[in-house]
Ligand binder design. Structure first.
Ligand SMILES: [Zn+2]
Ligand SMILES: [Zn+2]
Length: 368
């Protein structure tokens, strides 16, 4: 394309898997048929960005990371009818195509084409080399270009810096409880791993009326926060946690355990904390090397259900209005999930903090 058609923007780039993150000026393509350009107001760091950066999840590179974000439409391409310049939007990293078998059968979170966009160049660098949008959205940038179908228009009363969290962590954590597992009032819930997703799952359990709600982490740093968001009990991970869960559930184990880490060891621990016939929901994303072993006998005997959770089984048009109501009513607390704010230059350090497990969410404000 002619350089004159390009839209320059600063962005956080990963040029090779496991390589360093650099902040560079890149050139966005002008929006084409069905696309929009969005100015990013807030984008938070998610473990999946880390997984893309380290190659645990596949992503063509060089790529711009960032997928949990909200912004404002600043340009619309041809044939965009549902969005206008000035609209506040939530970016959807897993946008359903609306046409495939999964979309037609009420499982848009499993859309066969949701990942197509991430393999299509959307920008180029100063040498003219193609750049790909990480998880389709490429939100660690001042601006991005993406399909209008990957943008959900936000109500005017939703603060964008908090709405950004609905892009992944909150909809995954709350959705795992409400939509994937369908927790009912009075059921016992354990949440393993208190990052942004786990803390959202704690809130989802409280909203569902679960009791007790037991929060488990290998570090105590977020126990106070977990309590304030709805956990009735907190405990350090390990054998003591299994005993604590049994003590609190008349020796049975919990009705529901939500694994929000993605390691073989924590998945197996979560299985052991679940009662016979209970449900283990696997929310954390682990790598290929994380192999979980079950004996045929234990699968039979304990009769537990294992539910993998993709994006909180999110059906955006069905579920997001309910999230907005939860936020307005104060049932869903988002501000305390933000541990700190950084600019694009702070993304690299933010990832280091996230890998340490000491922060819930680091919020990136690219244009501040
Ligand atoms: Zn589809
Ligand atoms: Zn995410």
């Amino acid at each position: 394309m002619a350089v004159g058609d390009a839209r320059p923007t600063r962005a956080v780039l990963i040029r090779e898997v496991s390589g360093p993150l650099t902040v560079e000026e890149i050139q966005l393509r002008a929006p084409v048929h069905g696309e929009v350009r969005v100015r990013i107001e807030a984008a938070s760091l998610c473990h999946s960005d880390l997984s893309l950066a380290t190659g645990v999840m596949r992503q063509p590179v060089p790529a711009v990371l960032g997928h949990e974000a909200a912004g404002v439409v600043v340009e619309t391409g041809p044939a965009v009818t549902e969005l206008s310049v000035g609209d506040p939007v939530l970016l959807l990293w897993n946008p359903p195509c609306g046409d495939c078998w999964f979309c037609a059968h009420g499982e848009p979170h499993l859309c066969a084409h949701a990942a197509d966009r991430a393999a299509q160049p959307y920008a180029f660098d100063s040498d003219g080399a193609d750049i790909y949008p990480g998880l389709s959205t490429a939100a660690f940038a001042e601006q991005t270009v993406l399909p209008a179908s990957a943008c959900y228009r936000l109500p005017a009363d939703m603060p964008l810096e908090l709405a950004a969290l609905l892009g992944c962590a909150v909809t995954t954590g709350v959705g795992a409880v409400a939509a994937t597992a369908g927790v009912r009032a009075g059921e016992s819930v354990v949440v393993v791993g208190l990052g942004g997703v786990g803390l959202a799952a704690v809130q989802g359990a409280r909203i569902a009326g679960a009791a007790p709600i037991i929060a488990v982490d290998r570090l105590p740093d977020k126990f106070d926060l977990a309590r304030s968001l709805g956990a009735s009990e907190v405990t350090l991970a390990g054998p003591d946690a299994r005993q604590r869960v049994r003590d609190l559930t008349n020796g049975r184990g919990a009705d529901h355990v939500f694994e929000c880490v993605g390691l073989a060891s924590t998945i197996k621990d979560s299985w052991k904390m679940t009662r016979r016939g209970g449900t283990v929901t696997i929310v954390g994303i682990g790598g290929k090397a994380e192999v979980v072993e079950f004996s045929a006998l234990e699968l039979f005997y304990f009769a537990r259900r294992i539910l993998p959770c993709m994006n909180g089984s999110l059906h955006a048009s069905r579920d997001l209005p309910e999230y907005f109501d939860h936020i307005r009513a104060g049932r869903l607390e988002l501000a305390s999930l933000v541990s700190r704010e950084v600019g694009l230059d702070g993304v690299s350090a933010g990832f280091a903090d996230m890998a340490d497990g000491r922060v819930a969410r680091v919020l990136v404000r690219p244009n501040n």
